[in-house]
Write a protein that binds this ligand. Structure first.
Ligand SMILES: Nc1ncnc2c1ncn2[C@@H]1O[C@H](COP(=O)(O)OP(=O)(O)OP(=O)(O)O)[C@@H](O)[C@H]1O
Length: 251
């Protein structure tokens, strides 16, 4: 995938990876290695000049509607309540728009149930600016999940939060994944986050990004935050850190 025409920036090249249905994958790598580009390729926001992207067995040729996305910046619309922000994807995606009109009550109930799952019960009628950063990010997750996506793409979703809130949200994501068969791909700079949450971790090279290594995370589920104090957890984090440091030097 190259930005800006033939002489432009080659962002990723030879980026081969496969994530099984229902798995939780994390992608880590040096800054600027093409992690966000990878997210955009998987969701069909960009189409690569060479190579193939398949989601649920179908080649991606346009934005994929069975995907939910959450980015670092929640970008909620300030003039809409939290609940109406969560319902927004249903208004935008053609196939949901009709259903939303017909079954509005059911979708509102679903949004409220999601709010409860992420610890925001009763906050649906608040405006985003009345919520803390962590609460907005929780609501952002609800918005990514409202259309029951088969694939959830998370791009640094907890990067802007304090350490305690981040850990709380890790547990929310862990439980959401455990309670459904959604496939999750998480792009993150936080190696502890990757090891705590994922089943498989892909390490990317510096730009142009490709996959340098794939690791299986051996810790049994359900994982508690205390797993982060186990020596094997820290060894894995250290190992990833070294791989990324080497990838940066090689650049
Ligand atoms: N729209 C664009 N036009 C031109 N170059 C771009 C564009 N988007 C990204 N790039 C370049 O492609 C490369 C990969 O960018 P990308 O945002 O995918 O990396 P990243 O790994 O997500 O970065 P970071 O770790 O800093 O978040 C970077 O060198 C970036 O400058």
């Amino acid at each position: 995938m190259r930005y800006g025409g033939a002489g432009g920036t080659l962002a990723v090249s030879g980026l081969d990876m496969k994530v099984e249905r229902g798995a939780f994958a994390a992608v880590v790598g040096p800054s600027g290695c093409g992690k966000s580009t990878l997210m955009k390729l998987v969701t069909g926001l960009h189409i690569p000049q060479a190579g193939n992207v398949s989601v649920a067995g179908r080649q991606v040729t346009e934005p994929v509607s069975i995907v939910g996305m959450a980015f670092q910046n929640p970008t909620m619309l300030p003039w809409r309540t939290t609940l109406d922000n969560i319902l927004l994807p249903l208004e935008i995606v053609e196939k949901h728009r009709h259903r939303l009109r017909k079954h509005k009550k059911d979708y509102v109930a679903k949004a409220e149930a999601l709010l409860e799952t992420v610890g925001l019960k009763g906050f649906g009628d608040k405006y985003p600016w009345q919520l803390s950063g962590g609460m907005q990010q929780r609501a952002n997750l609800c918005r990514a999940l409202i259309h029951e996506p088969e694939l959830l793409m998370l791009d640094e979703p907890f990067g802007a939060l304090d350490a305690f809130t981040r850990e709380e949200l890790w547990c929310v994501i862990r439980d959401l994944h455990a309670a459904s068969d959604v496939t999750i791909i998480l792009v993150t700079h936080d190696l502890r986050e990757a090891v705590f949450l994922a089943d498989q971790i892909f390490v990317m090279s510096a730009r142009p990004g490709r996959i340098l290594a794939e690791h299986h995370v051996p810790f049994a589920r359900p994982r508690e935050l205390s797993v982060m104090y186990e020596p094997a957890f820290n060894e894995m984090v250290q190992g990833l850190r070294s791989e990324i440091a080497e990838a940066r030097v090689a650049a």
